[in-house]
Design a protein around this ligand. Structure first.
Ligand SMILES: *Cc1c(COP(=O)(O)O)cnc(C)c1O
Length: 370
């Protein structure tokens, strides 16, 4: 039995007729930028998240960058980011001209530790970017409280958490603004690149709309020096079809996660911990294990694909090598040596998950508890 880490063709086959109709509709209408599909998707996605506004943009990195720009964050400012995120969170801050300040996560939840955030605040701090890593919302109560106390902007990096909730509210409606990615492998993915910003602040929504379109609202009238970062009609049409299935796909992920948590050997592995009030959508199922490479090879011998998110912490990447990193990265570094992502997603059947569990049990028993 093969257990692929990701197989989008299986997911798309099930909705193939609706996808074909959607993009034929766009080609028939022959409008490819800023048309009815983007407008409708923005309305539907904002409603889904429980935010007043959604603005389609080119990708998740741009979504983060444009939010920082819209809030006037740039040179001389510091922005608090997790030490263990995908590098895009850091790059957005650097692109805006501000300085990323690294804060370690709580190793149990993998998400930003509010105590570390409080400690990292300086007079130059302007924003905090909690990442809802692997699909689990960060501790937004504590982080919003800190942001409020210090007058900081709290920007959700929701690129891995479409549909996740904290205290029964969906991510994208929790902070001042949120960034989403529709990279194909995300829980809600386009057939290419795409992204969105959600916010309930009408002024910020308007600025982001301008920034994403050459700083313009009206053709050839330019209010600001903007960018070209747009969600296109074809991707929006696809995303509208897929948004209708998102809750169902997330439910399938939750069932697999529950099966893993109930059955995986919990002495040899450290299984993911959920924060009270947080409902994860399990973009990834990440365990911690000593001698991670031994387990990964054993899985591979048994035709189970696994992955590592992420093998190098941003602070240790070549991109940030020649500049001093402000803040701690020790937990992030430790996690990058221990984390392993097991297959999860709507492309998998129960016997495949059972196979993963059996192979993991065999591994744990074969050398006693490693
Ligand atoms: C995928 C991802 C991004 C970037 O999204 P792109 O659409 O690939 O630019 C940002 N942050 C996190 C946490 C991500 O996983």
């Amino acid at each position: 039995m093969n257990v692929p880490f990701l197989d989008l063709s299986r997911t798309h086959d099930a909705i193939r007729a609706d996808l074909d109709t959607a993009w034929h509709r766009v080609v028939d209408r022959s409008r490819y930028i800023h048309g009815e599909e983007v407008e409708a998707f923005e309305r539907e996605f904002a409603a889904y998240c429980g935010a007043e506004h959604a603005i389609g943009v080119g990708n998740g990195l741009d979504a983060l960058h444009l939010i920082l720009r819209a809030y006037g964050i740039g040179p001389g400012h510091e922005v608090i980011v997790p030490s263990n995120t995908f590098i895009a969170t850091w790059l957005a801050v650097s692109l805006a001209g501000a300085t990323p300040v690294s804060v370690d996560p709580d190793p149990a939840t993998f998400n930003l530790d509010p105590v570390g955030v409080s400690r990292a605040i300086s007079p130059r701090t302007r924003a905090i970017i909690p990442v809802h890593l692997y699909g689990q919302p960060a501790d937004m109560h504590a982080l919003l409280e800190i942001a409020g106390r210090h007058g900081l902007v709290c920007i959700e990096d929701a690129a891995q958490a479409h549909g996740a909730t904290f205290a029964d509210r969906r991510v994208g409606s929790l902070g001042h603004a949120a960034a989403f990615s529709f990279y194909p492998g995300k829980n809600l993915g386009a057939l290419g690149d795409g992204g969105a910003v959600t916010t309930s602040d009408a002024t910020i929504a308007r600025i982001i709309r301008q920034l994403a379109n050459y700083g313009s609202e009206q053709k050839y009238i330019h209010q600001r020096k903007g960018y070209n970062s747009r969600l296109d009609e074809l991707q929006a049409a696809v995303l509208r079809v897929k948004l209708r299935h998102l809750d169902d796909w997330n439910t399938q992920r939750k069932e697999i996660a529950k099966f893993y948590i109930d059955e995986l050997p919990n002495k040899a592995f450290i299984l993911p911990t959920l924060l009270a009030g947080a409902e994860s959508v399990w973009h990834l199922f990440v365990i911690r294990v000593q001698n991670r490479n031994l387990l990964q090879n054993f899985l591979k011998e048994n035709r189970i694909e696994s992955s590592i998110h992420y093998p190098v912490a941003p602070a240790d990447s070549e991109a940030y090598n020649n500049q001093p990193v402000i803040g701690d990265s020790n937990v992030g570094r430790m996690l990058s040596d221990e984390v392993l992502s097991l297959p999860i997603g709507p492309h998998l059947e129960k016997p495949q998950i059972r196979h993963v569990i059996e192979v993991c049990q065999l591994y744990a028993n074969s050398a006693g508890v490693r």
